[in-house]
Design a protein around this ligand. Structure first.
Ligand code: HSE
Length: 321
């Protein structure tokens, strides 16, 4: 049986979840693909974390060169977070002939063209399904199963942390600060949750969705955005009185040859499918000129749901090796 060797950069929430899934479902994946997927190396400075997950000391690296130069690495999973350093690591990996998988929406949104071009130039794969909507396989669907459509609109709830906070404030009357802490403990939030609550994370994800749906790249920093920090219980009650829920919505719509886009809290009528998307669940709602309206729904954050999308990408690449 062919072995596909993987290196994981960063064993945080998603890197750890990815490792866990590859162990937990090893036999099933082998049976389905006819390949063994082995994590041969990890880049992780917290040795304890790596050992705790079951890695051996000799697999733990502290220098990216140990990974990109290694012969026993076919696919590099970048799960470090951040923008510049992870982008450099991904480019370096591709230059050394490694395919790359990442859940890192900030790096993909900031450097999409550079990363795509490097993959093409070096004849390797670059996949980033987990970067939008966690476990929801919407990006692959948009690029493959729905590739026969002209998209006219894409909108959705694409941040688990803020949706979790808004849900608990709306349904249980809990305080913003308490729920944010809870979301952080559950591993939904970014290291610096400002990116979640100020809509920065959603802008990164909308930038990626627009690139794929409309072939239009807009820098995340150029997307008009508002987060949820100013939402009060009074706002939530006022929305309820109107038969609505407040949701943090990413939206982009074709208007003639142009695309209008924004990120911000919106009143969603209770009967709209997006109003029923609660807690850390996400939903991506696309309209195509053939398929019409379509909604993808699932967990948008968390170790295993997001790891599921990373592992899907690893398998897709592994099957081509
Ligand atoms: N912090 C992100 C969220 C993680 O809450 O949705 C998944 O991208």
């Amino acid at each position: 049986m062919k072995t596909v060797n993987i290196a994981i950069l960063g064993l945080g929430t998603v890197g750890g979840g990815t490792y866990q899934i590859l162990q937990m479902n090893r036999e099933l994946i082998e049976k389905r693909t006819g390949r063994t997927f082995e994590v041969t190396k990890v880049l992780e400075l917290r040795k304890d974390r790596a050992l705790e997950l079951g890695l051996r000391e000799d697999q733990i690296c502290s220098d990216i060169e140990q990974i990109v130069c290694a012969e026993d690495v076919d696919i590099v999973v970048e799960a470090l977070g951040g923008i510049d350093m992870p982008t450099d690591f991904m480019l370096k990996a591709m230059e050394h002939g490694k395919s790359v998988v990442t859940p890192n929406k900030a790096a993909v949104a900031a450097n999409y063209d550079k990363l795509k071009a490097a993959a093409e130039k070096n004849g390797v794969s670059f996949r980033f399904e987990a970067s939008v909507g966690g476990g929801i396989p919407a990006l692959t669907a948009i690029q493959e199963a729905l590739a026969g459509n002209e998209f006219t609109e894409v909108m959705g709830i694409v941040n688990g942390t803020t949706n979790y906070i808004l849900t608990k404030m709306t349904d249980l009357g809990l305080k913003y600060e308490d729920v944010l802490k809870d979301a952080q403990e559950k591993g939904f939030a970014e290291k610096d949750p400002t990116a979640d609550v100020e809509g920065i994370d959603v802008a990164n994800k909308l930038s990626i969705l627009m690139t794929l749906c409309f072939d239009k790249y807009v820098k995340p920093t150029e997307i008009p955005r508002e987060g949820i920090t100013k939402i009060t219980m009074e706002d939530i009650e006022a929305a309820r009185a109107k038969g609505c829920k407040i949701k943090l919505i990413a939206s982009a719509k074709k208007v003639g040859d142009d695309v209008e886009y924004s990120v911000g809290p919106k009143l969603i009528p209770n009967e709209h499918p997006l109003a029923g998307v609660s807690n850390e669940f996400n939903a991506i709602y696309v309209t195509g000129n053939a398929v019409d309206e379509l909604m993808f729904y699932g967990k948008g954050a968390g170790a295993l749901p997001t790891g599921s999308a990373v592992v899907g990408d690893i398998i897709a690449i592994g099957k081509t090796l």
